[in-house]
Structure formats: C-alpha cells, structure tokens
Design a binder for this molecule. Structure first.
Ligand code: BGC
Length: 885
C-alpha cells in the first residue's frame, strides 16, 4: 500500500515567507517493489482541517512527484496555506492523504514596505561597532487568528517580542549584496502576541554591513548606521486586519554590547544589561527617539529558508595547560560558531577568551594564521549571581579557546561551543571500512558546516571569510550531496547575478566588497572579476542544483546571468582561447614556483578549459528548458572552444603543451582530449603522478577532478592509490596529522609541527574537500542521470577498490532515501541498494565478472559490463569479481 510520507515545498519543510506559488514534491512509501505513481491530487486549504479548500488539482494523470506547481491560487500576504497530497500508484491503489504541511507567505504586494528603517545610532557612531536596542509598542484588543513579523536590518538584528527573542535566527538578515538585495525574514508570532500592549524590538549590531570587512580592512562597506525595519501583519478572528510598522515613534538605547564585529569578536558589559528591555512595561523614559534612515525598500526580498542558526552544541573535551602555561579549552573539533560561558563574578570582573584553530609545534596557543582577526570574547560580569553569556553579532572559526581571564575557579561545565551555520537538512551519509577515510568524510562535512553561513565562505577564522566564487564552485557538488543546499545556493546565486558587471563579468567574491574599494591592494589592482573556475560558479552551481533537484526554476532564474558570463568569455576570447586580467589558475598548487600561490599550469589553458565546459553546460541547460536556439548556439560554441583548446594545448605528437597534472586532468575530465590522444593523455597523467612518487601536486583546479580523470578512464587503482596516500601531499596526511577539518594547504602543518606561512594558512578551507564528490559519485556510486535529474532515474555504479571491505552510503533525495551498501570479501561482492518509489535506476557493476544472485533483476552484458534496470525497492545482488569463481 502506498503512502505519501512527506510533502516538501520549494525543496523545504514548511517554509516561511514565500512570495510565489511554490513547487511541491513528495516521498512515497510502500511495501511493494516497482512502485510508480500514475496520478496525483493536491489540495490547498486555509485551515488545517481542510474545511476551506482554496485550490485543488483534481486527479492529474502524471508520474511527477516533484516539481509540481500549485496553481489557481492567489497568494495573500501574511497567510498560512495548508497542503496535502494523495496519489494513485501503478497497483491501482489510492493512498490516504499525506500528513499536512504548510507554508506562510511573505509580502506579496508591489511595494509592500510601508515601515521605516529606524536607528538608534547617530553620525558620531559611524566608526563604532556597538549594539543598540530599538523598540516600539502597539495595542491588540481583539482575538488574534494569525500574526507574522517581517523584519530586516542594516547590520545584524535579533528580533524580540514581549520580552523574548523571536525565532531561532542568528546573524539575520545574513549577508547579501546589500545595495542591491537585502533580505527580510518571516516570523510566525501568532502565539506570542498578547491582548493589551505588546512590545516589539530589535537588538542591532554592525555585522557585515558596517563592521570592518574584506581584504582591505575597510569598515562601513555598505553604510555607517545600523537600522531596523519591521511590519507586524495581524489577522483577527473577526476577519479584520492590521499592520504595525516600525516608525519614528520608536525609542532606542545603547545595549550592553560595547563592541561587536565579524572578525574581532564581541565585548559585552553585563553591568549595562536592561533586564526585560523588550517587555511592554519596561520603562524606556530614558531612551532616545529613533531616527529614520533612508534606504531603498524596493531591494527588500524574502528569505524563506536556510537562515543562520545555532545547529548543534559541543562540550569541551578537556581544558589543557600548554607548555607556556596558557589555559586552553579544547572542543575537539574545528568549527564555526561561538562559545557560551557561565560565570559568577563581581560586577566588572572579566571573562576573556581568544578563539583559535591549532596549537603550534610545542603545543602552545597559535593565532598567527588568524592574521588581524582577534576572535575575542570579552564579558564583563554584571555581578548578579550566575550569569550566562554568548556573543550576539560575531562568529569565530576555532577548535580551541584560550582562557585569558576568568574570575575564580572554572571547569569544563562553564563552557560550551555552539556550532553555527545556515539551516540546511543533512542529506548525504558516507561510511566505509577505512577509519581514516571516515575521518576525511567527517572533515569534509565540518568544512561545509563551518563555511556555509549564508554565504559560502573560503574560511571562517582569519580576516577574510568572503564568498570566494571559486571555492564555492569546486565544493558545490560535494556540499549538495551532504546537505540540502538548494535554498542556500539559490539565494547566493542571486547575489552573484546582482554583482555581475554590465558586461557579464563575475566578481571574485560574492557579495562583492572588493570592487572599487582600494587601488593600493595588489590583488584588487589586478582586477576584481572574471577569473576562470571562480566566475564559472555562475554556470556550474546552477547546473549542480539542476542535477541534484531536477529543478528547472533555477535554470530560469539564473539564465540571464549564466548567458552573460559565457558571452563575456566569448567577447574576450580569440580562437577559443580566453584569458582576462587576474587569473588565479591552479591556485596554491604545489608545482608553483617557490614563494608563489600560482600553480604551474598556464592560465590560458585552465581558463579555456572552463570556457568549453561552461558553454557546454549552458547548452545542456538551454535544452532542458526547451530553448533549442540557445542549445544549438552554445553547443556549437563549446565544440569550437574545444577545437581551439586542442589546437593550442596539444602538440602534433599527442603530448600536451603543459606537462602538468592539472593540464591533463582538465583535458580529460572536461572531455577536451582528441580521441586519438586519449590513451596518451591518460598515460601522461599517470606518469606525472608517478614522477611525484604517486602524489598529486594540484591546486584548486586540478584537485577536485584528479580521481575522476583517472577512474573515468579505467585507472581505478591509481585513483584509489591517490586517495589513500598518507604522506605529503595527500588527503589522508591531514587526517594522520589529526585534522578535524580540511586545510587550505596540503602542508599547512608540516610533519615536524611547523606551519606554512601564517599569511595564508587556514585549517578550515573546504576547497580540497571536493574529493567528497568522488567518494559519493564513484566509491559509493551515486551518479545522476542528466536525462532524468534529481535522481528520478539514478545511475548506481560503484567502483570497488582501495582494499575497502564495505561502503555504506545514503542520499536523501527529493523522492526519498537512495542507499547503496557494498561489501567485498576477497572476490565475492554483495550490493544492497534501496531505490525510492516512483524512481528507477540502472545498476552497473563494471568490475563484476559474474552475477551470482540478482534478486529478481536482470543483468545483461553491455560492452562487457553488467547492467540491470531496477524499479523502486530494496535489492540484494551477489557477484564475483573473478570469472572463475
Ligand atoms: C582565499 C581562497 C580564494 C583565493 C583567491 C584566498 O585568499 O582564501 O580560498 O579562492 O584567495 O585566489
């Protein structure tokens, strides 16, 4: 019997703040195999009991259980819509109704913002990064049916209502290209509104908007005063409605936050606390009147999900005393977030903690790699018994916290570390028989958790933490296996598009806070946009979202941006070869000249390779949305660029002009190698690896694809050997050195405990974690069929090797969990797979020589490879890796 287990809305659970009719998708459960949906029915209601049905699809004959748009419904601001779905399956059974899910609308009207941005700061505060409270009161005299707050800020805000913080959001409104897009969040406050006088307020801080940020260490990048805006939309039981606006009747006060910035941390004076400040009866007579701040309200957009939150909490593993005598809390895991302290001190006594990532060779505190970022927590006790404090408007990248000051005795129970990142559902799991690989997998996951804070950042600790497009591009597919990144990247890609140059160039960082900021910075003087592999995030990230979720909307939304980027390259290319201003190329590759970050592979080669790749992906996406003309145009362009690449970078004898690993990797992985030279190119790559005693020397461009380039071309053993190398440079070297996240440099920490130079030595840089993609797609074997993306038809094709006894992995797709477990004992293999209902798969066992037990599936040899189609359900397949057995 089929059941509709779960309905997701625009790939989210119960989103708040939608402004367009969403797409629905659902997971079907059944005790049968080969379940297909033949029809569906959805209903939308204004009430949970479905007495008041606003729209329904009627039975629709379709196998679509995702990407189903709600229709015939006019959305209204501040409303909750309930949804349920039922289906008919291919066994003729009609399911019961699904559990009820809902979404809440954002502000639907054109120009919906009537409220004002209000500030508690003056011109004199332009160079301060302090906290302020703003607060207003309103009366409610009738029974409330529903109430929602829409809020945003210039700076950062925590929303308060009637004495309590509202919602789980922290660091709201996140970071966008604030001059072009500022996001508002939606809060359901139906249960918090009281009869009588209510108080709404916000605690404001400087954040990305006003605090010191970026490579040039500038402050006030977007403005010099924090401000808050909110509208409370109330629907009463009697059918009437009311909107309460933030306005000049509000009052403001400095908060106990003396200082707070993203890089440097926070200073908080508990003596200045105003307990109950956001309650209606709190006496605000000493507060100042707020001032209005003019800001274009047309650039306020909704953020329906993936807001930043405290996601988990780590307790100290131990408190150590270093050889120098420093007291250090070890949380056991490098991460991003903040420390919460409990303290009992006299008024004015201080708790001071410095957060940092690693201990030095002697085991002492090491902060040099933070560059100028202070990452400090400073709390002045209020003097009223046991006090708890955690920062408001900063975050830190750390595993350790040095206790610089603490009044009296303390132990582990006085500290906790909150892990903070964008709220995304975990979707991918990978485990295998090799504990070091499992640690690598954990490090990759923590790289993601530490760097997805509204913007995909390069690192969470030093004075950088920027949305470097290249890092986000190479890690996107890995991240999108591990977590549901749809909303996170869809949001960031809008900023990428907003920051594109008029000509279509894509900025190095998004949000772009580098352009036009300074002439005396070397990097900025070379150019702040359009570096290959970095800017290609404009095309590759939407492509990954399309593949992962089968979502056409993302193609439509990003289409102009992608096209503009590819056209930009065309405008600056000659004979298919392109280059432009500053190119990072194979950034931080080990074949760079001494003292340089730029790898040895020529940048016109890497740039042209990406040009061919991006134009091909654009062609594919044009085709997916039925734009045949563009499909032909960009497909032809990609062909032409490929020919140009071959002419320029292959010699007549079939060798490559650049004898680097990365040159060979991109030629192979991006399908740019002339057929006749394929074997030679593969051999060339293997030889280049051999010359380094089996090691890679690749940087940002070569590293993500090196194992793919090998395994796609029959060199499975070489790929596994590379993955499992344990000495420098390798992924497992870091693991053996005790890493709990991925490092920026292969040799960030050398064997003797000394470090790479502190100027660029992050221990939490997810970029090289892009090897995750190979673990999931190849080792576990989850491949996406481009013709049926979103895992509607999955390609299950593990490649065994590396002496692994088993791999056990699951991807929680939009159709439900897809899982693969393989066990190999000597030459005997067992594959257990679960394929979600209403999807299908093709199982390919390219290394199997004989199928012993197929569990009802029918394996056939195609070009000497065993393949079987499979419908939904769970299967157990036994096979031999040797024909004789
Ligand atoms: C960042 C990198 C980034 C690079 C650009 C660095 O400072 O940390 O990850 O992609 O600059 O070359």
């Amino acid at each position: 019997m089929s059941q509709v287990k779960k309905v997701h809305i625009d790939y989210m659970d119960n989103p708040l703040g939608l402004v367009t009719l969403p797409q629905l998708g659902w997971v079907i459960s059944s005790d049968q195999k080969n379940v297909k949906q033949i029809a569906y029915l959805w209903q939308v209601s204004s009430d949970e009991k479905f007495n008041d049905i606003l729209s329904e699809s009627g039975w629709v004959l379709s196998d679509a259980s995702a990407h189903v748009y709600i229709s015939n419904l006019e959305l209204r601001t501040g409303s909750k819509y309930f949804i349920r779905v039922k289906i008919e399956d291919n066994y003729g059974e009609i399911s019961a109704w699904s559990d009820v899910t809902y979404f809440v609308t954002g502000l639907i009207e054109v120009n919906p913002w009537k409220a004002s941005f209000v500030t508690g700061e003056t011109e004199e505060d332009a160079h301060k990064s302090k906290g302020t409270y703003v607060k207003g009161c309103f009366a409610v005299n009738k029974a409330v049916k529903e109430a929602y707050v829409y809020a945003s800020a210039l700076g950062l805000y925590n929303l308060h209502l009637n004495g309590n913080k509202v919602g789980q959001e922290v660091l709201a409104p996140g970071w966008t290209s604030y001059h072009k897009r500022l996001l508002y969040q939606t809060y359901d406050v139906t249960d918090q509104i009281v009869m009588g006088v209510n108080a709404i307020g916000a605690h404001l801080g400087a954040g990305w908007y006003k605090g010191l940020m970026g490579l040039t260490e500038q402050r006030n990048n977007y403005g010099d005063r924090t401000a808050f805006i909110s509208q409370v939309h109330i629907k009463y039981m009697d059918g009437s409605e009311e909107v309460i606006l933030s306005d000049e009747s509000w009052k403001a006060s400095d908060s106990p936050v003396i200082f707070s910035e993203i890089y440097d941390g926070e200073i908080y004076d508990g003596r200045l606390e105003q307990k109950g400040w956001s309650k209606a009866d709190y006496d605000c007579s000493s507060w100042q009147r707020v001032r209005k701040v003019d800001y274009d309200k047309k650039i306020l957009f909704n953020q329906p999900g993936s807001t930043i939150r405290e996601i988990e909490t780590l307790l100290p593993v131990e408190i150590i005393t270093t050889p120098k005598g420093e007291k250090v809390i070890d949380f056991g895991q490098n991460m991003a977030g903040w420390v919460e302290v409990t303290v009992e001190g006299r008024a004015g006594e201080i708790v001071e903690l410095d957060c940092f990532e690693v201990l030095d060779a002697q085991g002492n505190v090491y902060k040099d790699n933070l560059r100028k970022a202070k990452q400090k927590l400073k709390y002045k006790c209020g003097g009223h018994g046991s006090e708890r404090y955690k920062p408001n408007f900063t975050y830190k990248g750390f595993r350790y916290a040095q206790i610089v000051k603490y009044p009296g005795a303390y132990d582990k129970s006085n500290f906790a570390a909150h892990v903070v990142h964008s709220d995304m559902k975990r979707t991918g799991y990978f485990e295998c028989s090799n504990p070091d690989l499992n640690q690598l997998q954990s490090n990759i996951l923590w790289g993601l958790k530490s760097n997805f804070l509204d913007v995909p950042t390069d690192c969470p600790q030093r004075d950088e933490r920027l949305g470097w497009t290249g890092d986000a591009q190479i890690f996107c597919r890995t991240a999108s296996f591990l977590m549901n990144t749809h909303q996170f990247f869809a949001k960031w890609l809008k900023d990428l598009a907003a920051d594109q140059t008029e000509e279509g160039g894509v900025t190095h960082v998004v949000p772009d806070i580098l352009t036009g900021v300074s002439d005396d910075n070397w990097l900025l003087s070379q150019g702040t946009h359009s570096a290959a592999a970095w800017s290609d995030a404009a095309v590759i990230n939407p492509w990954v979202l399309y593949l992962t979720y089968g979502d056409h909307q993302i193609i439509h939304d990003q289409y102009a941006s992608m096209k503009a980027w590819v056209d930009f390259m065309t405008r600056h290319a000659k004979d298919g070869i392109w280059e432009f201003q500053l190119q990072f190329g194979d950034w931080v590759a080990l074949d760079a000249e001494e003292g340089s970050y730029f790898g040895a592979t020529p940048t016109d080669l890497t740039a042209s390779a990406y040009y061919a790749y991006s134009s091909r992906l654009l062609a594919k996406m044009a085709k997916a949305i039925g734009n045949e003309a563009d499909y032909h145009q960009y497909d032809a362009l990609s062909e032409e660029v490929t020919k140009g690449f071959q002419k320029a970078f292959f010699n007549k004898d079939g060798s490559m002009t650049a004898m680097t690993q990365t040159a060979h990797i991109v030629a192979l992985y991006f399908d740019l190698t002339p057929e006749a030279y394929l074997d030679q190119t593969i051999d060339g790559l293997v030889q280049l690896i051999d010359e380094k005693d089996g090691h890679l020397v690749t940087g940002f461009i070569g590293t993500p694809y090196i194992c793919h380039a090998l395994s796609q071309n029959g060199r499975i053993k070489e790929a596994y050997d590379l993955l499992l190398k344990e000495d420098l440079p390798s992924w497992l070297y870091q693991v053996k050195m005790g890493a709990t996240t991925i490092w920026e440099h292969w040799d960030g920490l050398k064997e003797d405990g000394t470090m790479w130079s502190p100027g660029m030595n992050s221990f939490n840089h997810y970029a090289y974690g892009a090897i995750g993609e190979w673990l999931y797609r190849v080792v576990a074997g989850f491949e996406i069929d481009e013709e049926a993306p979103g895992y509607k038809h999955a390609l299950i094709q593990p490649l065994f090797g590396g002496d692994l006894d088993y791999v056990d992995a699951t991807y929680d797709s939009i159709y439900g969990p897809l899982s693969i477990r393989w066990d190999i004992k000597k030459e005997l293999g067992v594959l257990n797979v679960t394929i979600p209902h209403n999807t299908s798969a093709t199982i390919t066992l390219s290394q199997a020589k004989r199928i012993v037990e197929a569990d009802g599936l029918v394996f056939k040899l195609e070009d000497n490879v065993y393949k079987s189609p499979a419908g939904s359900g769970t299967y157990r397949i036994e096979f031999n890796l040797k024909a004789s057995l």
